[in-house]
Design a protein around this ligand. Sequence first.
Ligand code: GDP
Length: 179
Amino acid sequence: TGGSSRPYRVVLLGASGVGKTAIASIFAGAADSMDSDECELYGDEVCEQTITVDGEKATVTLVDNWDSEDEGGSSQDQCIQTGDAYLLVYSITDRSSFLKASELRISLRQHRPAHHTPIILVGNKCDLVRRREVSVNEGRACAAVFDCKFIETSAAMQHNVWPAFHGIVQQLRLRRDTK
Ligand code: GDP
């Protein structure tokens, strides 16, 4: 079964400052400390963890090396082409990051037209209620148009970050099972 096959490669995408590193460090801090040591072997941009989702183990390699400075460059291309699934992150306090997420969604579709790649649109920093620039409804509507799931998270409060990872594994399994 999928639990014993190669790890799922999940890539974090999004504008600079939206909280990708904060989300990745919650993932890196998961499980027991032995596993966390293992993460350091991969450097701080890639981390592998085995997590249990719906009673079944899944190994996930989380990639956080999106370089927003490298517009159209090879490292961006590589990121977009090598993921099994994507967490498309914006900050609810930054409308330009929301627009960037839409652009990234379009790039993903262009690069991988034949695949039904699991994607979750992640509105991070939902703890910053008074600085909100993007409403929940806008996020949800955008996800509907882009045919992907939607979740709001707060890496700072550790809110909804694990449900996002679990959700992406569930989508990956659905795809595997219907192949
Ligand atoms: P990246 O450039 O996408 O990797 O963003 P970072 O993870 O470096 O986060 C940018 C800044 O936003 C840092 O100062 C974080 O502490 C802060 N940050 C990240 N996530 C949250 C969040 O959920 N809530 C709040 N209030 N701040 C956050």
